[in-house]
Write a protein that binds this ligand. Structure first.
Ligand code: UDP
Length: 685
């Protein structure tokens, strides 16, 4: 390969001790009989590269295998866990993210009844995928079950069954199942849902779920005004003489938008039942009148009271988060395929029912070369990474026909990042600064541009995604907010420095409108191209900080499935050495709290540069998430880490500001508020 890396062993030297531990425990293949390892890390990357190159035409396979191997083994790009674990093995799922529909029925012909979905979930978890669900179509607790004249137990009780199943499947001991449970704010059981994981249920109920309330602009506006909003029983909204169950409830928030009207007409046509003539689309108010008449409105609640409950829950236990359903759909490039109601477990993938998405992340740290950013290297890596991810769609073996069909229809892929915090440190930029937010913004723009560009080139070579509609496809870059707007909405003042402007000057050369012309001419291979995932495990494998998060702690104990690791950040150790502060006493002291804090014996530069997740002011967490979301056609996963003494007012401000910044979903986690987190966690000593 390039750069003089000739043998396997040499490249293995890039693998850190912790990475090796993780790889050994769960990724490297073993002989099923002797349980002895049959591969080294390099052999793993080789296996993955070969598998993903195998869908290329015969004569190009070798070349792409080399490229894929090169970007992975140099740790510049690492695909999501299922691709590493399952490529070339009997297990066929290579994607991490799935959204499954849940209809209000035990089973259905389409396979999306409650127990059909339960089965689908088990199949996905078994192979290492994570699943998200919108439970809002299930009739509320106490409602009538016509076939048995019994009483419904409500969505939360069904979620408990999904939770237990997740525990039982445990993904063959390799990866624990993770879920996102969503309920939309108009649902009659929303108050129960909000409290499903807090108070005395904290650390007890739905431990394999992150939960999020799906909110809309109408609701957030009502919160600001202190107005009342109705909560509704979905089942009872049926319009007489039609099979038109959920439409009023679902569409009522969208009536003003032309595309919804189109969607409703199409749906009515398909169902062969005409209730409204084409010239008369009902308004939100009319929908409510019908809902009232049908007895669907259970009650009116004060939006602010409901919102306060959400905030209290999130402060208390980290759940629920919020999903901003309008923003998600407004900026969904393939909006014309239907309305997105849910996301995968960590929020980086808002998906249509049955869709899956595979992820992979660039290791930003690797692109800092001599104090500069290697933009060319980054662009080239993006090119192969997107091709790799696109190949995953074909190389995947899907557990269900519906998942295969939905996924191949849009071919969504999600290129993300990791190592942002460490890149910033290497460039001498504190995470909680306008410069850092600016850099995030510029990087996101650059990565999105090149990912989209690659997808256009792939379309030219291999064809567009089947559901591509050149006219209706929505270019999300056209609605990206500018940095100044983000800063002022968050109440942060300042301008990026000359230094960081120079560092990112390359980004100003990008020409999106020419790219759009190319898209119109050649098509597009993937309905979405980027996504910022948490990179919980692959960042350990790559030996860098996770995703776009600040350093979690400078020294900490990391609990993973295979054991406990003490870690001292190597960059931090370097800095201590520079100032001759790397004495056992200093290191021990820092390990105790995980941070330098305002320790007067540590130089100010270090203190500023190495501010950890709990020291970074919440608004800077939010701003980084907003910056990355602007240039992202799917979602940005982020945990807004708060100090344990933060109040509910902080949570409220974070949630409100997130909505105003056009973020698609938001979660907070207050230090020590739970005994453990769903997926992975570090425990500060
Ligand atoms: N995920 C999962 N179980 C886990 C961790 C992750 O199902 O224990 C899924 C989930 O959909 C999550 C996605 O994988 O949103 C990406 O998570 P992450 O980036 O942390 O995964 P990695 O590839 O680093 O293992």
């Amino acid at each position: 390969g390039k750069g003089g890396w000739k043998s396997f062993d040499e490249r293995d030297l890039l693998i850190s001790y912790n990475a090796l531990k993780v790889l050994e425990a769960r990724y490297l293949l073993k002989d099923p009989n002797t349980l002895r390892y049959i591969e080294t890390p390099q052999m793993m990357f080789r296996r993955v590269a070969r598998h993903l190159a195998s869908v290329e035409p015969q004569e190009r396979r070798r070349e792409y295998e080399e490229k894929f191997y090169e970007i992975m083994s140099s740790l510049k790009f690492v695909p999501n866990t299922p691709a590493l674990m399952n490529s070339g093995t009997r297990l066929g799922i290579l994607s991490a993210c799935f959204v499954l529909p849940v209809r209000d029925s035990m089973t259905t012909k389409n396979g999306d009844g409650i127990y059909d979905t339960l089965r689908a979930m088990a199949l996905v978890h078994q192979q290492g995928g994570g699943t998200g669900f919108d439970f809002s179509e299930l009739r509320p607790k106490g409602d009538v079950v016509a076939s048995t004249a019994g009483v419904a137990s409500g969505p939360v009780s069904f979620m408990k069954i999904f939770d237990v199943s997740t525990d039982v499947v445990k993904q063959g001991g390799k990866r624990r199942g993770a879920n996102m449970g969503v309920m939309h704010v108009w649902h009659a059981d929303v108050e129960d849902f909000i409290k499903a994981k807090t108070g005395e249920l904290k650390d007890v109920q739905l431990q394999n779920f992150n939960i999020s309330v799906g909110v809309y602009d109408y609701f957030m506006n009502a919160v600001e005004r202190g107005a009342e909003v109705p909560v509704i029983t979905p089942r009872k909204t049926k319009i007489p003489g039609t099979d038109y169950d959920y439409y009023i409830v679902r569409a009522r928030n969208y009536m003003d938008e032309e595309w919804v009207q189109e969607e409703i007409l199409r749906e009515l046509e398909e169902r062969g039942s005409i209730y409204l003539d084409e010239s008369r689309i009902i308004t939100v108010d009319e929908a409510l009148v019908i809902a009232e008449r049908e007895g669907a409105v259970v009650k009116w609640v004060n939006a602010r009271t409901l919102f306060n409950e959400v905030v209290k829950g999130a402060w208390d236990s980290g759940d629920p988060g919020l999903l901003f359903i309008d923003e998600i759909n407004r900026r969904h490039p393939a909006w014309y395929l239907g309305k997105i109601q849910a996301t995968n477990p960590c929020g980086e993938e808002p998906l249509l029912p049955w869709e899956s998405c595979n992820l992979g992340s660039l290791n930003l740290e690797k692109f800092v070369v001599d104090g500069r950013i290697d933009w060319n290297g980054l662009a080239e890596t993006i090119r192969y990474a997107v091709r790799f991810l696109d190949n995953v769609v074909d190389a995947n073996r899907y557990p269900l026909r519906q998942i295969e069909e939905a996924t191949k229809r849009t071919r969504k892929v999600g290129l993300g990042v990791m190592g942002l915090a460490r890149m910033l440190i290497k460039l001498g930029i504190p995470y909680d600064s306008v410069d850092a937010v600016f850099l995030s913004y510029q990087l996101a723009k650059f990565i999105y541009y090149h990912a989209l560009h690659t997808s256009v080139e792939l379309a030219k070579e291999k064809g567009s995604f089947p559901a591509y509609d050149p006219v209706r496809y929505r270019d999300i870059w056209e609605t990206a907010r500018d940095l100044q707007e983000l800063l002022s909405t968050a109440g942060v003042h300042g301008e990026p420095s000359e230094y960081v402007r120079k560092l990112t000057a390359e980004v100003n050369k990008l020409d999106f409108s020419t790219l759009k012309d190319m898209r119109l001419r050649y098509g597009l291979r993937n309905a979405t191209v980027v996504s910022v995932a948490p990179t919980g495990t692959i960042s350990i494998i790559a030996g860098t900080s996770s995703s776009i998060e600040p350093l979690f702690a400078l020294a900490f104990i990391r609990n993973v499935a295979v054991g406990r690791f003490m870690e001292i950040d190597p960059l931090f150790l370097d800095y201590l050495r520079r100032y001759e502060l790397d004495t056992p006493e200093v290191v021990k002291k820092i390990a105790e709290s995980g941070e330098v804090g305002d320790n007067p014996f540590i130089p100010k530069t270090i203190r500023k540069l190495f501010r950890t997740a709990h020291e970074v002011p919440p608004m800077f967490h939010v701003l980084h998430q907003a910056a990355w979301q602007q240039w992202n056609d799917s979602g940005t996963s982020k945990t807004i880490n708060l100090r344990s003494e933060e109040t509910t007012e902080t949570v409220e401000r974070v949630y409100m500001t997130a909505w105003k910044l056009g973020i698609k979903g938001i979660t907070v986690y207050r230090d020590k508020s739970k005994s453990q987190q769903v997926i992975y966690f570090g425990i500060k000593k």
